[in-house]
Ligand binder design. Structure first.
Ligand code: SF4
Length: 487
């Protein structure tokens, strides 16, 4: 077995590129998801090490010298971080010219040829799911015999045979031992999750076909391929033993509630383990299921509402009706389930009026907390193809973040300029959080718990700093300079 280093490379300060980060970017408040995608192959390569540089605050100068101790480095990359990651690969090669460097992730999977051509220090990239490809390369199998990669040979890029999608999810070893061995769980924050938390996957893929959504259209697919309840229960029992300090476990499956009987079965087992947990859900889970999940330790649901305008939801193929989402939210709240709602501004069909409609909708259904993102056209998604065809793209491919790693408004419509979309994010946050009712409920929560008080104060400072930074001239001018404003 070759000495193998799995790396989430140093990037923008506070850059969240972990598996749960659907938009890899720097967030409003310091926020890091776990590098689950990398932890999975790391669990399959004995003696390997996983380094997640951003949450540990590690710099290029601190991480690059590790290259001297390894034969193979596998870097996880994303569309926004790719140029940085390609430069970092070159640093690794400077430290150890004999090191073999591979890259994995949706970006290189969608654009393998372009990625290899623009990253000369990278020897191979994985096309699609990469767990077994990494394990085989680490075991010493020659690159031409490893399905599912593109690699260099005599100055040319060669492709191997496609690798079939993984069907036996139970055959993948648990990731929690890698977390325990290599990561510092206290360094992982998500504002709306209890701290410290741990996140992991129990399945891959999502049955929905939302046009903007990255993972199902690139790595995961549109079937929900799952681990058995027995396997999940065993890993969670182990996690409970390994992480006595952890207050909450998050199931990062794209849509954990895609298979309701399974979700209920796993919930009952988690209930027996006495765990507090949370997960991603679509806003259509029936009350009966919500009740079973709640009675068995579910604390929070992360729900992608995206928009308060039905036509936009139809445009993006969200497959949800606003009345169903309203009823779901009412039920969840009545049962005592906390909701973190995510919204996206700038999706196809957006106008100033639909933005106002979405803000009103968010205030009406009132999740506990919200996240507002800018529509991000990732290569490999239908949204990206539409944006190219319709001439909405106002950036070069990959320019999804600014020089601080903060999201930029990447789409510009005839009916709505990118500048208005960009500025509406701040307006959304202000209108949602600065309502007397919301302020009273947040202050109440802080007074009831010193833990919540500490967290909210820290997040408040970070939030205002973030808003200030978004308004710095370089960012606003970049949003407006790159497209026709107000047309
Ligand atoms: S339901 Fe969620 S995870 Fe599934 S495709 Fe839509 S946005 Fe993506």
């Amino acid at each position: 077995m070759r000495k193998t280093l799995f790396l989430n490379p140093p990037s923008y300060e506070g850059f969240d590129g972990g598996a749960g980060a659907r938009y890899q970017a720097r967030r409003e408040i310091r926020s890091f998801w776990y590098p689950t995608w990398l932890a999975q192959p790391a669990a399959m390569v004995p003696g390997s090490r996983l380094v997640d540089a951003p949450p540990d605050g590690l710099t290029v100068e601190q991480v690059a010298p590790l290259a001297r101790d390894y034969e193979l480095a596998v870097l996880h990359t994303s569309t926004p971080s790719f140029p940085n990651d390609a430069r970092f690969a070159a640093h690794l090669k400077d430290e150890n010219p004999r090191l073999e460097v591979g890259m994995v992730g949706a970006h290189v999977g969608v654009l393998p040829m372009q990625s290899l051509n623009s990253a000369p220090a990278v020897d191979w990239v994985a096309v699609g799911e990469f767990d077994y490809a990494c394990a085989e390369i680490a075991s010493g199998r020659p690159l031409p015999q490893v399905p599912g990669i593109a690699y260099r040979e005599n100055g040319l890029v060669r492709f191997t045979a496609p690798r079939p999608t993984i069907e036996d999810m139970d055959a993948l070893p648990p990731v929690v031992d890698v977390y325990h061995r290599d990561l510092t769980v206290e360094n992982y924050f998500i504002g709306y999750l209890l701290h410290p938390y741990v996140s992991l996957y129990t399945g891959r893929g999502c049955r929905s076909k939302c046009t903007f959504c990255l993972w199902p259209q690139t790595l995961g697919g549109h079937r929900y391929r799952v681990r058995s309840a027995d396997s999940v229960e065993a890993e969670m029992a182990r996690a409970k033993k390994l992480f006595l300090q952890v207050k909450e476990f998050f199931f990062d499956d794209d849509t954990f509630t895609d298979d309701l009987p399974r979700a209920e079965e796993i919930a009952r087992r988690l209930g027996r383990l006495g765990l507090t947990w949370s997960c991603n859900a679509k806003a259509n889970v029936p009350r009966k299921t919500l009740q079973i999940l709640r009675e068995n330790g579910l604390r929070l649901l992360l729900v992608g509402y995206e928009s308060g305008n039905q036509q936009i939801l139809n445009n993006i193929k969200k497959g949800i009706r606003l009345d169903i989402a309203r009823e779901f939210t009412r039920n969840a709240k009545e049962l005592g389930i906390t909701i973190h709602g995510t919204f996206i501004l700038g999706l196809p069909g957006e106008t100033p009026e639909t933005i106002r409609e979405t803000i009103r909708y968010a205030c009406e259904i009132e999740p506990e907390t919200i996240q507002v993102s800018l529509a991000a056209p990732y290569p490999g998604t239908e949204l990206y193809r539409q944006a190219q065809e319709q001439g909405w793209l106002q950036i070069k491919t990959g320019d999804l973040v600014d020089t601080h790693g903060v999201q930029v408004a990447a789409l510009n419509y005839r009916t709505l300029s990118s500048t208005i979309i960009f500025n509406s994010v701040e307006e959304f946050y202000r209108k949602f959080y600065f309502r007397p009712r919301k302020i009273v409920s947040m202050v109440g929560g802080m007074l009831r718990s010193p833990d919540v008080m500490r967290r909210r104060l820290r997040e408040g400072v970070e939030f205002f700093r973030f808003l200030h930074q978004r308004r710095e001239p370089s960012q606003v001018s970049r949003a407006s300079a790159t497209g026709a404003v107000g047309n």
